[in-house]
Design a protein around this ligand. Sequence first.
Ligand code: ZN
Length: 190
Amino acid sequence: MKYCSSCGSTVEFRVPKGDTLPRHVCPNCGAVHYQNPKIVVGALPEWEGRVLLCRRAIEPRHGMWTLPAGFMENEETTAEGAARETLEEACARIDVGPMYTLIDVPYISQVHIIYRARLLDLDFRPGEESLEVALFDEADIPWEQIAFRTIALTLRHYFADRRSGNWAFHTASIDTPPPGYVLPGQPPHG
Ligand code: ZN
C-alpha cells in the first residue's frame, strides 16, 4: 500500500503506538490500514457418489481442475459463500452440508474452508470463471491436474472417509510453498 484509502496521503509503514507489528499508517488522517488473512470458501458437491469439479478459465492454474471455491465476501456466512461460489463457477445449486476441511495456508495468509454439499439437480454448466464443469467418480479424478493442494487434500480426505464410513472434520496447515511457487513480492529464483 502506498496511499491512504481514506485521504490519499502517502502512508508510512511503522508499528502504531500500543501495537506489536508494523502497519500502513496515515500520518495525515491517522488511519491504520490493517491487512489480515483472506478466507477462501468452497464446496464439495456430491451427486450419486460422484463429485463436481470445475476446470479453471482464469489464472492462477488456468486449465486445471478444482472444487468451486473463492474469496469470501463481506456480510455473508462461510456457508453462503460456498453456495455462491458454486453458483458462480458451476451454475449449480447445492444444499450445503457440514463444514468439512479447514486448512491454513500461512505463507500466503489464507484460510481455506470447504463444505460438503449435495447437488440439487444436474442443471449445471460452466460459469464465467470455468472452462468445463463435470462430475467425477473417484477413479477418474485428475489428481495430477488439481489446481490447489488444499483442494487435493480435501478430495483425498473425502474418498478416505467415504471408504471407512467415518466422516470427520479435518484441519491442516500447509506451511511451505509448492515447488516453483514465487511468493508475492519476491523475484523468481533463477
Ligand atoms: Zn489518511
